[in-house]
Write a protein that binds this ligand. Structure first.
Ligand code: DX5
Ligand code: ZN
Length: 219
C-alpha cells in the first residue's frame, strides 16, 4: 500500500555504509533517509553531499535528504547533484519557505517541509500546498535513539485534518523515536512515511524489523 518505511542511515555502521544500505534495501526498505546536520541548527555534525553521492551509488531506492542546516538554499543544488530524490527543509531555517520549496521542485526533487516539535502546524497552514510531503519531527532533531515526544500525535492529527479540509493528499512523514511501540499510534494519527534509525539498524534482522514495523503500521 502507501506505507513507506525509510531507514535512517544515521544509526548505520558508517565504515560499511554501502553494505548497510544494500542490506536494508534487500530487507524491504522503501526509501533511504539521510540526516544532514551542520552543528549550528542542530548540535551535531554529520555528512554532506560527498557522502550522499556514495549513498546514491549504493541503492536504487529514492534518497531522502533531511536538511538540518542553516541557510539550506545555498546547498540545494549540491544535494540534488549528489543524487537526492527528496529534499526536506525545516520551516525554522527558512525565512522564505515558499521560495525554498519552489526551488527544490525546480531542481526536479520532491520538496519536504519539516516542523520541529515546537513549531505549530498552523505556522504552515498557507504554504503546505506547495510541499510534496510534510515531516512532523517527533524528537528534537540532532541525534538518533531519542524518545518519541507524545504530543507529536496530536500534531499529526491536526495536520491530517488540515490537509483533508484543503482537499490535499500530501503524505505525512514522521521522524524520531519510531519503533514497534510507537509506529501504530503514529499510523493511526495519519502518518504514512515512517523514518526509523535505531529501531532498524539496532535490530538483529533488518528484514524482520521492517516487516514488523510495516505490519503494525498497516494494522
Ligand atoms: C534525528 C534524525 C532522525 C534520526 C532518527 O535528528 O532526523 O532521522 O536518525 O533516529 P531514531 O529512529 O533512532 O529516533
Ligand atoms: Zn531525519
Amino acid at each position: 500500500g502507501s506505507t513507506l518505511i525509510a531507514p535512517s542511515i544515521l544509526s548505520a555502521d558508517f565504515g560499511r555504509l554501502s553494505e548497510e544500505i544494500k542490506a536494508v534495501e534487500n530487507a524491504g526498505a522503501d526509501v533511504i533517509h539521510v540526516d544532514i546536520m551542520d552543528g549550528h541548527f542542530v548540535p551535531n555534525i554529520t555528512i554532506g553531499p560527498l557522502v550522499v553521492k556514495a549513498v546514491r551509488a549504493s541503492t536504487g531506492l529514492p534518497v531522502d535528504c533531511h536538511l538540518m542546516i542553516e541557510r539550506p538554499d545555498l546547498y540545494l543544488k549540491d544535494f540534488r547533484d549528489a543524487g537526492a530524490d527528496w529534499i526536506s527543509v525545516h520551516y525554522e531555517t527558512c525565512p522564505h519557505i515558499h521560495r525554498t520549496l519552489c526551488a527544490i521542485k525546480q531542481l526536479g526533487a520532491k520538496a519536504g517541509l519539516v516542523l520541529n516539535p515546537g513549531t505549530p502546524v498552523n505556522a504552515v497552514r498557507d504554504v503546505i500546498e506547495v510541499a510534496d510531503y510534510c515531516l512532523i519531527m517527533s524528537v528534537n532533531p540532532g541525534f538518533g535513539g531519542q524518545a518519541f515526544i507524545d504530543f507529536s500525535l496530536e500534531k499529526i492529527r491536526e495536520l491530517k485534518a488540515l490537509l483533508d479540509a484543503k482537499g490535499l493528499s500530501i503524505p505525512i512523514q514522521v521522524d524520531g523515536g519510531i519503533n514497534r511501540e510507537t509506529i501504530g499510534k503514529v499510523a493511526q494519527a495519519g502518518a504514512t512515511i515512517f523514518v526509523a534509525g535505531s529501531a532498524i539498524f539496532g535490530a538483529d534482522d533488518y528484514a524482520t524489523e521492517i516487516k514488523t514495523l510495516r505490519k503494525i503500521a498497516q494494522a
